[in-house]
Write a new protein. Structure first.
Length: 124
């Protein structure tokens, strides 16, 4: 099972969602941890290879999203969790995409540091 790394505010953001959205998205993250894929998980965009998005509708009518990547082994990085109130347009707003790109870059750096420090331990 992969260890989850919550980037920046992603965990507190998820915890602020209604319980049904938390449960749905949390279950999807668990499935990704164990190497499976939630039926609602799909690639976010072609220019963000390896980044997945899950969407959960809440009983209140809003949608909530969790964005993650499993491409940075051995971890699962949850990059961003956010709500989208508007039903018009399914596209992820640019400000969220910019945040996801920034957090993905941060996750890549963290993962590289993990592997550098891991190999340094092995060499000694």
């Amino acid at each position: 099972m992969r260890k989850v790394h919550w980037v920046k505010s992603s965990l507190s953001d998820l915890r602020s969602f209604p319980q049904d959205a938390q449960s749905n998205l949390g279950y999807g993250i668990y499935l990704a941890q164990v190497g499976d894929k939630h039926p609602l998980a799909k690639p976010l965009r072609h220019d963000l290879a390896g980044v997945m998005e899950m969407v959960s509708e809440s009983t209140g009518g809003n949608t909530y999203r969790a964005v993650y990547t499993v491409k940075l082994e051995p971890f699962l990085y949850v990059l961003h969790c956010f709500g989208k109130k508007s039903k018009s347009g399914v596209a992820t707003p640019k400000r969220h995409l910019d945040l996801i790109r920034s957090r993905l870059k941060e996750a890549k750096s963290e993962c590289e540091e993990y592997w550098r420090s891991s190999h340094a331990k092995d060499a000694s």
